[in-house]
Design a protein around this ligand. Structure first.
Ligand SMILES: Nc1ncnc2c1ncn2[C@@H]1O[C@H](COP(=O)(O)OP(=O)(O)OP(=O)(O)O)[C@@H](O)[C@H]1O
Ligand code: SF4
Ligand SMILES: [Mg+2]
Length: 322
């Protein structure tokens, strides 16, 4: 039996702005097992990154705030930790890979210095042990000639290699949970595929739990064991990846899956979802997808659909789901 490493319960993260309250994450629950890759998928601005930043307790201040809910990592509720205590968890227990590797790397330090800093800080190693650990982090991410690479600067490397270095830094503290937020969008298709394969390998070797954030169902299919579909600050459906593709129950999930171009069918049309998601400052009553839903019924516009389990870990929030 695998062990739950992260349990998020009814998390709400809002931004308090001059124009109003942005309900970026509005009551989401999910769990992630050790050694599992859990995908979070959804259109732009649905709350994926805010979910990640909430888990890391790195919401932009002063506007962003976790207003309620629990984030339980290996038995500890992160929401209750002080900033100082949280700093210990970040890096040691959880780390994150962002979309653009250049923003994560410091241009004026060598790769080796940047990984060494993380190793000293989070593992408390000193002297020769540090260089050994830096090399093993570079090896884990299959970076060729690590002894040479560690003396290079970020600008001397290709985009794909830089993203591997970011992965090496993230893994150098031996985290239990890694959050990857659209880590491959800046890469071309071949490098993207290599990077995803690499992370599967890293996971096999370390048993790290991964939350993989993307708007791309193709990436979900390749990377994730289970997946949550987000829409306007809520999770509308959660299932194993296989089940979600085979039998999606939420109209939004079906629309997203149908909008993935199919290579096996020449006649496949690109299905796009009409309309725009609602403003997170001014949400409609009832189901948030109702204004765009092709199978909306009267109750949908009045009452929010509850989340219901339909077996085998599949759950959905829709009045039509059975
Ligand atoms: N600092 C902020 N102040 C106010 N609103 C914010 C702030 N950061 C994010 N938001 C809002 O929170 C919502 C969720 O944003 P988030 O970045 O999580 O989206 P996302 O799903 O990651 O989108 P993308 O796929 O484009 O990265 C958006 O409506 C966004 O405008
Ligand atoms: S609850 Fe109603 S509006 Fe919402 S997705 Fe289901 S059928 Fe569509
Ligand atoms: Mg984002």
């Amino acid at each position: 039996m695998s062990k739950v490493i992260l349990q998020v319960e009814d998390l709400r993260s809002y931004f308090f702005t001059r124009k109003g309250v942005v309900k970026a994450v509005d009551g989401i629950s999910f769990y992630v097992d050790e050694g599992e890759t859990f995908g979070i998928v959804g259109e732009s601005a649905c709350g994926k990154t805010v979910t990640a930043l909430s888990i890391l307790r790195l919401l932009p201040e002063p506007g962003g705030k976790i207003v309620s809910g629990k984030i339980i990592l290996d038995g500890t509720n992160l929401v209750e930790l002080s900033k100082k205590e949280m700093r210990k968890y970040r890096g040691k227990m959880i780390s994150m890979i962002l979309q653009d590797p250049m923003t994560s790397l410091n241009p004026v330090y060598t790769i080796g210095d940047q990984i060494a800093e993380s190793v000293r800080l989070h593992q408390g190693l000193r002297g020769e042990m540090v260089e050994q650990e830096v090399i093993s982090a570079l090896r884990l991410l299959k970076i060729p000639s690590p002894e040479v690479i560690l003396r290079q600067y970020p600008f001397q490397m290709s985009g794909g290699m830089r993203q591997r270095v970011v992965g090496a830094i993230a893994m150098s503290c031996r985290p239990r949970l890694l959050i990857a937020d659209e880590p491959t969008t800046a890469l071309d298709a071949t490098i993207q595929a290599q990077y995803m394969a690499l992370f599967k390998d890293v996971q096999k070797k370390t048993n790290v739990a991964i939350i993989y954030i993307t708007h791309d169902f193709g990436v979900i299919a390749q990377m994730c064991h289970r997946v949550a579909v987000m829409y306007a600050g809520k999770i509308v459906e959660t299932a194993t990846t296989r089940e979600l593709f085979k039998a999606p129950k939420h109209p939004y999930t079906s629309a997203l899956i149908n909008s993935v171009p199919r290579l096996d069918r020449k006649d496949a049309r690109l299905y796009s979802i009409e309309g725009q998601p609602p403003s997170l400052m001014d949400l409609p009553p009832g189901c948030r997808f109702a204004p765009r839903c092709p199978v909306v019924k009267p109750v949908c516009r009045e009452q929010e659909p509850p989340e219901v389990g339909i077996g085998y870990g599949h759950s959905v929030s829709c009045w039509r789901a059975k």
